[in-house]
Ligand binder design. Structure first.
Ligand code: CTP
Length: 414
């Protein structure tokens, strides 16, 4: 299989020009890692440093990581701030100190970074990092309010142990959160105003206090759907079985364990959703009885009695509004297309995403997938893609299904 690293990086980042402002904070060392990652993901990063930043990390480090000379000199003689800011898709300032936040709030242009921000029409993302008392001070809070009024995005700092040894708010936000903010700003918000519900992961059906029945679902496809929907502006609820994944930033996660719990949660959240995607691998059966005591070894052959779990997708197909888009998955090892079509009809879904669980790089617990999208009037086989790119294609199709429903039934207020 030809799996190049470039495929797994979001297309939104590739070739984007990012002006990366670094200020004088101990968190500047984290910025070096971020510059490295952004460059690796295909962005063109130009680092601008305040003079204080250069006391924490040398410009040479940022030059080497970004492949472009880190700059801080305002009077280089070539109107650097105008040239830099004109050709920029996004400005990221991380770490942003109280000092630089105050200068930006006042509209000062007293160094290259401040002048570039002032002269650029690009979206600005501010990631504050400082001592919690400096952050809480009314002056800093007022300055941050002003920056928000300018339309800048402020990524809230996190709570935890600070470099000064104190505990509190003021730690630089996590990269995953900041990366999603950047990607949202670089992505068309075509799912804005959509309320989407996604289920992901396996379910666990307990047998006794030590054992359960489950399956090999990792939840990666469902989590990729949640992450990309949020990136495209949707309000996302993710009902998740037990998985070892970090929840995507900004997504409401409802954790469940069993198929019955998942059915209950879905019935609670589905009515307000405009799009429902059932990516979870719900166990079809559960043990007929739960043993409170651990089941002991016996000399006779044990018999395990099972009882069916509710089919959540089929139940949604029976009860949903006609204007709601309902998407299911079908994990198949043979007769993929025929099984997909059968499930589309049997469960009254608008689309079934069929994936081959036996295929190389398309089964459980991998970052890639190759799926076929089956609707009532189309069959589309996608290439082998990252799960995030696969998710984006599913959302494209979901939007066109939603659009045709809206033309058919009119726009409905939920
Ligand atoms: N599904 C569900 N509730 C179940 C079983 C499945 O909601 N109890 C949903 C899955 O989330 C998926 C779709 O139904 O969106 C198809 O799941 P799949 O396991 O492929 O099909 P099954 O209906 O279970 O049929 P089979 O296992 O016989 O292929």
């Amino acid at each position: 299989m030809q799996w190049t690293a470039a495929i797994q990086w979001p297309i939104e980042m590739r070739g984007k020009k990012i002006l990366f402002g670094v200020c004088g904070s101990i968190a500047a060392f984290k910025a070096a890692g971020w510059v490295h990652t952004l460059t690796k993901e295909g962005a063109q990063v130009q680092v601008l440093m305040t003079s204080a930043a250069a006391r924490f990390v040398t410009p040479l480090t940022f030059t080497a990581l970004s492949g472009s000379p880190a700059q801080s000199e305002m009077f280089a003689g070539d109107m650097a701030h105008i040239a830099l800011s004109a050709a920029t898709d996004i400005i990221l300032i991380a770490p942003a100190t109280a000092q630089t936040i105050a200068r930006l709030a006042q509209g000062l242009a007293d160094d290259l970074l401040a002048a570039a921000v002032l002269s650029s029409p690009a979206p600005v993302v501010i990631c504050p990092a400082m001592n919690s008392r400096m952050l809480d001070h009314p002056a800093t809070q007022r300055n941050l309010r002003i920056l928000r009024e300018f339309g800048y995005t402020v990524v809230e700092p996190e709570c935890g142990r600070l470099a000064c040894g104190e505990e509190g708010a003021g730690r630089l936000a996590e990269w995953d959160t900041v990366r999603e903010v950047l990607l949202s700003l670089l992505t068309t918000q075509d799912l804005a105003k959509q309320q989407v519900l996604i289920t992901a992961g396996p379910t666990r059906e307990p047998l006794d206090p030590a054992r359960f029945l489950s399956n090999r679902s990792s939840g990666k496809m469902g989590y990729a759907l949640a992450r990309t929907a949020k990136r495209r502006g949707a309000t996302v609820t993710l009902i998740s079985g037990p998985v070892a994944l970090e929840p995507p930033p900004g997504v409401q996660v409802v954790r469940v364990e069993t198929g019955l719990e998942m059915a209950e949660a879905v019935s609670q959240y589905a009515p307000t959703a405009s799009i429902v995607v059932k990516a979870a691998a719900v166990a079809d059966f559960r043990p007929a009885a739960f043993s409170v005591e651990k089941i002991k070894k016996t000399t006779t052959e044990p018999l395990l009695e099972l009882t069916p779990n509710p089919d959540i997708l089929a139940e949604l197909g029976r009860t949903r509004r006609a204007s709601q888009v309902l998407i299911g998955f079908a994990a198949e090892s043979s007769k993929h297309e025929a099984e997909g079509k059968r499930k589309l009809l049997a469960k009254n879904a608008d689309m079934i995403v069929v994936n081959d669980i036996l295929g190389q790089d398309t089964g459980f617990d991998v970052d890639t997938n190759q799926v076929t999208l089956i609707t009532q009037d189309s069959i589309e086989q996608l290439d082998l893609l990252s799960k995030e790119e696969t998710a984006d294609r599913i959302w494209n199709k979901a939007l066109s299904l939603l659009d045709s429903k809206r033309r058919q039934y009119g726009i409905e207020q939920i």
